[in-house]
Ligand binder design. Structure first.
Ligand code: SAM
Length: 280
């Protein structure tokens, strides 16, 4: 195993700074620097880009991103115990790495970043899903980011790339594929992490499209698909009743049979329905 930088191995960093993993923060660390460099390579060409990293922990992925040539990495980390270890990385890469200590769900780091911006993260899955939905549903498009390279539980990764008719197809697939190209680029067994989680993981890479595949209002589309898939086995005329009492008319206008179930309806049809509802 070759060293990717002159910093100590991550096991040593963790021992020195006593970074015992906390379950409450979803801490499953990646300690193999060749693996973190491999994940960083999936983020695309980082030279000339600012990279926003959420949840750097002891800094394995951070070091991968810097070694892969990121112009600058800005990280948001909730656990202040990680700050001294991250400072060592900042010292080794002068002017290229900054950390904000805080909760990524509450901080808006945009003011600290210069385009082009890529985002990379290995996050606890609930935080990751929440951030992914936020990054995919701003009112205006294109967004502030060019690409997202994110670690998820394998099952969540499959939901992001799922196609109509499959069990995994739902809100995440529609929101992701509406405005981005999404693909699974790496699969990782539990043993890749310390401590190992119960399930396998996968890295998903999403490239922002210059414009959405079909026009629709993000808030309306988001609400329609969340409601439709909340009762995925029901016919749309019944699962979407709460959105409008005249939902059958809107479904007809969008060319969707009201007896259809959410998992049979494609992205284009959901966007057509969101446009019909927006007229109301
Ligand atoms: N990136 C590191 C790695 O790959 O080894 C750590 C990954 S660990 C799965 C998740 C990291 O996210 C932890 O360092 C944890 O403290 C941090 N974290 C958890 N919730 C967070 C939040 N809401 N905002 C920012 N960081 C968070």
């Amino acid at each position: 195993m070759s060293a990717i930088d002159s910093l100590p191995p991550l096991r040593e960093v963790i021992a020195t700074h006593q970074l015992s993993a906390r379950k409450s923060l979803g801490q499953n660390f990646l300690l193999d620097l060749n693996l973190t460099a491999k994940i960083a390579r999936q983020a695309g060409d980082l030279t000339g880009c600012d990279v926003l990293e959420i949840g750097p922990g002891p800094g394995g992925l951070t070091r991968g991103l810097l070694a892969e040539g990121a112009r600058r990495v800005l990280a948001v980390e909730k656990d202040s115990r990680c700050l001294p270890a991250l400072q060592e990385i900042a010292d080794a890469y002068p002017g290229r790495f900054d950390v904000i200590n805080g909760d990524a769900l509450e901080i808006d780091p945009l003011a600290y970043l210069t385009p082009p911006i890529r985002i990379a993260a290995n996050l606890p899955y609930n935080v990751g899903t929440e951030l992914l939905v936020r990054w995919l549903t701003p009112k205006e498009w294109p967004p502030f980011w060019q690409s997202l390279t994110l670690m998820f539980q394998r099952e969540v990764a499959e939901r992001i790339v799922a196609l109509p008719g499959s069990k995994a197809y739902g809100r995440l697939a529609i929101l992701a594929q509406w405005r981005a190209d999404a693909r699974i680029v790496l699969s990782l067994p539990p043993g890749a992490f310390t401590p190992p989680p119960k399930v396998s993981s996968a890295v998903v890479h999403l490239d922002a499209l210059p414009e959405p595949r079909f026009s629709a209002d993000a808030a309306i589309l988001s609400r329609v698909v969340a409601t439709a898939f909340n009762q995925r086995r029901k016919m749309l005329r019944s699962s979407l009743k709460g959105i409008s009492p005249a939902i059958e008319d809107y479904l007809h206008a969008a060319g969707i049979p009201p007896t259809e179930r959410a998992e049979q309806v494609g992205l284009e049809a959901f966007c057509a329905l969101a446009r019909e509802l927006a007229k109301a």
